[in-house]
Design a protein around this ligand. Structure first.
Ligand code: GN1
Ligand code: MG
Length: 350
């Protein structure tokens, strides 16, 4: 099926086999192997990333900067196709790109030890730190308003006004809760006007499967740079909290299994601070805990909004999938909120 794509990258495509790889909700990924080479092939979801060439532009701008300023940093840049381009475009289909598979690396889908959380947090922090001399504003915005919480809240209220009425009635309790937490969106708006709340090169997708580990379970580097854009550190720290703190994932429907694990929280703080402590401003440090509330709340809004809009963004696997994901994230937010005083003390002590 993807033979013609492989033919755009390799003179000997018949030697390669492709198997689906990874668990992302947006792009499609394959592991592509020949007897002596392994690659990762990705199809960019063009409905969501409207300008795939902007992604390619950002990645090469960063690659060029790192080559000069941090040549030892492991950066996984795409492999050019046989026409010398980073993207293969197939009419009526979409955009594909290929990455080398880093030898000796593996990814994990679930964080099972605080050590993994520490390693990942350190790598995402290092990514931002190593690019601190690079002007983030040079990057193209690959997904406008992606982590703009005010915008996400507005999408939610639009869905309340115009979305599926039956689904709205059914979601009444979730909606009331989300409305009751609107102060989290107001805090975000107020931070935007604070110059000490810095825009930095931000990854925006810090789930554990976007970190490559070696055989000793040390993190090697971060991958999946589609959403690397100017942003705020709360996006990266927050999505680590959202995806590493509970041992039940966003797919869990037995919400009593959702928990927030202190050792993993400590690991995120210690790992991130090990690289970014000196770079973060005082106001940013004050909002370290807020990062988790910010992202979990935003994800709950996004899932419930999508449910109200008849699942136009996140393809559901069953009828109430996005509703359940939304309830899951609401529960996670509630569990995190319970820890607020303890975790804020912890942050200042680490
Ligand atoms: C999407 O495709 P994936 O799983 O990397 C989404 C993230 C959400 C996540 C929720 C471009 O990421 O923002 O947090 O699903 N990415 C996009 O699982 O919308
Ligand atoms: Mg992603």
């Amino acid at each position: 099926m993807i033979a013609h794509i492989l033919a755009s990258f390799f003179p000997n495509p018949e030697q390669f086999t492709a198997v689906p790889f990874g668990t992302g909700l947006i792009n499609r990924t394959w592991k592509v192997s020949s007897p002596d080479k392994v690659y990762i092939l990705q199809k960019i979801n063009h409905n969501i990333f409207r300008h795939p060439s902007d992604i390619a532009y950002n990645i090469s701008a960063i690659a060029n900067y790192l080559q000069v300023n941090a040549p030892g940093y492991q950066f996984v840049a795409p492999v050019k196709n046989l026409s010398g381009e980073e993207l293969t475009f197939v009419a009526d289909d979409g955009y594909y790109r290929l990455f080398p598979f880093v030898a000796g690396s593996h990814t994990i889908d679930i964080v099972t030890t605080p050590g993994e959380a520490f390693e990942a947090a350190k790598q995402f922090a290092l990514f931002t730190k190593i690019l601190s001399g690079f002007d983030a504003m040079q990057l193209k915005c690959t997904l406008p308003d992606f982590h703009n919480l005010g915008f996400r809240y507005k999408q939610f209220t639009d869905a309340l006004a115009h979305g599926n009425e039956m689904r709205r009635e059914e979601s009444a309790a979730a909606i009331t809760y989300l409305q009751s937490q609107k102060n989290l969106a107001d805090i975000y708006d107020s931070l935007l006007s604070d110059n000490d709340f810095k825009q930095r090169v931000t990854h925006h997708d810090t789930k554990i499967s976007n970190v490559l580990f070696n055989d000793q379970n040390k993190a090697l580097c971060v991958i999946d740079l589609d959403t690397v854009m100017p942003g705020y550190f709360i996006s990266d720290v927050g999505d680590m909290m959202r995806t590493y703190l509970s041992d039940a994932s966003e797919e869990e429907t037995d919400f009593d299994k959702i928990n927030v694990r202190d050792e993993f929280f400590k690991a995120i703080v210690a790992g991130y601070m090990s690289e970014m402590r000196d770079a973060l401003t005082d106001i940013e440090k004050q909002y370290f805990f807020y990062a988790g509330q910010f992202i979990i709340y935003m994800q709950a809004l996004r899932f419930i909004t999508d449910y109200l809009n008849n699942d136009v963004y996140y393809t559901p696997k069953y009828e109430k999938h996005n509703y359940n994901r939304g309830l899951n994230q609401i529960r996670l937010l509630q569990e995190l909120n319970k820890k607020e005083p303890v975790y804020k003390d912890l942050i200042s002590s680490l």
